[in-house]
Design a protein around this ligand. Structure first.
Ligand SMILES: Nc1nc2c(ncn2[C@@H]2O[C@H](COP(=O)(O)OP(=O)(O)OP(=O)(O)O)[C@@H](O)[C@H]2O)c(=O)[nH]1
Ligand SMILES: [Mg+2]
Length: 233
């Protein structure tokens, strides 16, 4: 029987909050498929999850950096999770709290078997800060696939945002296919289709059995807007 490439298409609009966890042991059972949203404080992680799911208040957003202080799990479908991670770089958090978060994040990244990929969010006006470079290096060593969102693209004019995209791709060209990069706006939904396509490929990769099915899936993937997803090479 042929695989239907559309059969497992995830509907992100049905996503619901599952639970919060402040330690690895509090996370849901580690036998799922999940993608974590990571980035500096205020980069737009919670906003991106809301845009993706077409909901306004699913993940809590704030003008005050440091709002997300726990690992928040959202269920897209049975055993398919999105995880909103606490932001880094918020100056007002006491050093001991920062150190505790960092330890929890490291434990999560190191130990979590369900993790299929990381979405790394960076404000398109200030990409590749120390924290971002540290995460990319960690992903390269792990190895772990990473999809970069250059967020708040609505804040830049067309030429400037294309330049930001190009320069970031150029800077990360050495990492090859493990990194994909796109522009994203939670405000006007630029790049939402491309992000869905990436998450779909991580959370529900097609099971291919014959050459004929490979061709069917490749043809069908033309329906996904992947114009902004491109490996740096
Ligand atoms: N213009 C614009 N503003 C955005 C966009 N995404 C997020 N913001 C704003 O940026 C601020 C931070 O967004 P959040 O989604 O809370 O950021 P976060 O990365 O979850 O922050 P922490 O939870 O503190 O780590 C909020 O005021 C959002 O409204 C975007 O695409 N465009
Ligand atoms: Mg947040």
């Amino acid at each position: 029987m042929k695989a239907d490439p559309q059969a497992n298409r995830l509907d992100f609009t049905g996503t619901r909050f599952l639970q919060s966890a402040s330690t690895l042991s509090q996370c849901p059972q580690d036998n799922a498929d999940e993608v974590a949203f990571v980035g500096r404080s205020n980069a737009g992680k919670s906003s991106a999850i809301n845009t993706l799911t077409d909901q306004t208040k699913l993940a809590r957003t704030s003008k005050t950096p440091g709002r997300t202080q726990l690992l928040n799990f959202f269920q897209v479908a049975e055993g398919k999770f999105l995880v909103d991670l606490p932001g880094f770089g918020y100056a007002k958090v006491p050093p001991e709290v920062k150190a505790k978060w960092q330890k929890q994040l490291e434990a999560y990244l190191r130990e979590r078997k369900s993790l299929r990929g990381l979405v790394l969010l960076m404000d398109c006006r200030h990409p590749l800060k120390d924290f971002d470079r540290m995460m990319i290096e960690w992903c390269a060593q792990a190895p772990m696939s990473v999809h970069i969102l250059l967020t708040k693209s609505d804040k830049l004019k067309s030429g400037a945002k294309q330049k930001a995209l190009l320069e970031t791709r150029r800077a990360l060209a050495g990492y090859g296919d493990m990194i994909t990069i796109q522009l994203f706006s939670a405000l006007n939904h630029e790049g939402a289709g491309a992000l869905k396509g990436r998450l779909q490929s991580w959370l529900c990769p097609p099971v291919l059995e014959t050459d004929e099915e490979v061709e069917t899936v490749e043809a069908a993937s033309g329906n996904v807007n992947i114009e902004n997803i491109k490996s740096p090479n």
